[in-house]
Structures are given as C-alpha cells and as structure tokens.
Design a protein around this ligand. Structure first.
Ligand code: SAM
Length: 216
C-alpha cells in the first residue's frame, strides 16, 4: 500500500507524478540554510508546492525559479519532443507565482533563462535585498531538477550545485526513467548524498522521482 502524505492543494498546474516526494523534500529542507530552486518551471505547480512547504515551515526561505520558456525546442532522447513551453506560458506562470508569493509571503525570484545562463551569470551569488539587508544567495537547501532530461545537461546542473548545497539539503530529480539516472546516481552519491525517495521506498517499481539528502 502506498504511504499517505498530504500535499497541499495547488492553484498552478503540474505535469508529472509522485509530487509527494518533492513536497516531503521541501518540508524536510525548509529550515536548512539556503534558497530553494526549481530548474524547469512550466506552469509553476512544482514551484508553488515548494513555496507552500516554505510557507508552512520557514517563510523566510527564498525560492529561485529557472526556466527560459520562449518556445525553445525541448529535446528528449535526442529528438524534439514537440512540447511547447511558450511565451504565454511564461506570462501565466509569472502571474501565478506572483500571486502565490503575495498570498504566502514567500519570496520568489523568477529567472527567465536557461540553467546554463544562470550558472554563468550567478556563480558568485544571486543579489537579493530584504528588510534593509543585502542577502546575496550563495547557498541552497533544495533543488528540483526538472528542466532538460538529458544526462549531460543534468550533470552540468549537479556540478554547479554540488559545492553550494548546505548540510541536510535535498535534491529531487523528476522523470528519472527518461535518461540513465543510474549513471548520474554515482555522481550524486560521490557528492555526499544518500537516496531517500520518502515517502516511498527507493526499491518501488518504476519510480518517477528520486530524492536525495546531503549527509555530513
Ligand atoms: C517538465 S517541464 C517542468 C514541469 C514543472 N517542474 C512541474 O513540476 O510542473 C520542463 C520545463 O523545463 C524548461 N526547460 C527546458 N530547457 C531548460 C533549461 N536549459 N534550463 C531550464 N529550464 C529548461 C521548459 O521550458 C519547461 O518549462
């Protein structure tokens, strides 16, 4: 029998399954120092879920949402998937996430750019100002990897975040069946993370999401 975990009801759309894994990681990481991140935002439902976890457990955690939208080709297994992440979707998502920000008080920084652009431009930190303070973001407590689903691209993402994650932070990977996630897992474990997948078992058949917690 599948474990029961109550995800909050969302206003914005999602496009996958096992969001309980993301919500659990978002709750567990809420009080760990550093911002939360989603790479690949689409309509904003995944980011909303993370922001709602922060709202419940640590309202001061900033959320960084990275996505170029712009109707760029989305490559899966070496081919154009035909999925369209359009300018109109960006417009809708920004309104949606701004509304969630306004209602929850959780700050969201939408970065309308590719992951690699973000890594080049914000390697020294993300400028952020609040309550009269400069809170430049250099550390992270949670990353949801849900942009490109190609091993080389995700490796670049993992490389960027590895030395920026706080102790006790979490990584969540979506659609792990779409690429050689087992090969990536070697890098993840070497970076000091252990597999979790809570509230599910990592041994369940056909996982959609995989989660990891940084120990030590
Ligand atoms: C699978 S959808 C994300 C779904 C969303 N996380 C959710 O749970 O509802 C993939 C998204 O990745 C974005 N994307 C594609 N290439 C990207 C890149 N290089 N960097 C960041 N995001 C990217 C697309 O624009 C699209 O919105």
């Amino acid at each position: 029998m599948e474990p029961v975990i109550l995800c909050p009801k969302l206003q914005l759309q999602t496009d996958s399954r096992e969001y309980e894994v993301l919500y659990h990681a978002a709750v567990q990481s809420a009080t760990v120092p550093g911002a939360s991140v989603e790479i690949g935002v689409r309509e904003g439902g995944g980011s909303e879920l993370i922001m709602r976890a922060s709202h419940g457990y640590n309202r001061s955690r900033v959320h960084v949402a990275i996505d170029p939208w712009g109707d760029l080709p989305y490559i899966l297994s070496g081919q154009d998937s035909g999925y369209h992440y359009t300018d109109e979707m960006r417009h809708r998502c920004m309104v949606g996430l701004s509304t969630i920000q306004y209602k929850t008080g959780v700050d969201v920084l939408v970065m309308p750019m590719c992951d690699t652009d973000f890594f080049e431009r914000y390697a020294d930190g993300v400028p952020f100002y609040r309550a009269g303070q400069d809170e430049s973001i250099t550390r992270y407590s949670l990353v949801h990897f849900d942009g490109p689903h190609n091993l080389d691209d995700i490796r670049k993402e993992v490389d960027f975040f590895t030395d920026r994650m706080s102790c006790g932070s979490w990584w969540v990977f979506d659609d792990v069946y779409l690429y050689d996630h087992a090969a990536l897992e070697t890098d993840i474990l070497a970076a000091g993370f252990v597999r979790q997948d809570a509230p599910y078992s990592p041994q369940r058949p056909n996982p959609i999401k995989a989660s990891y917690r940084k120990v030590g």
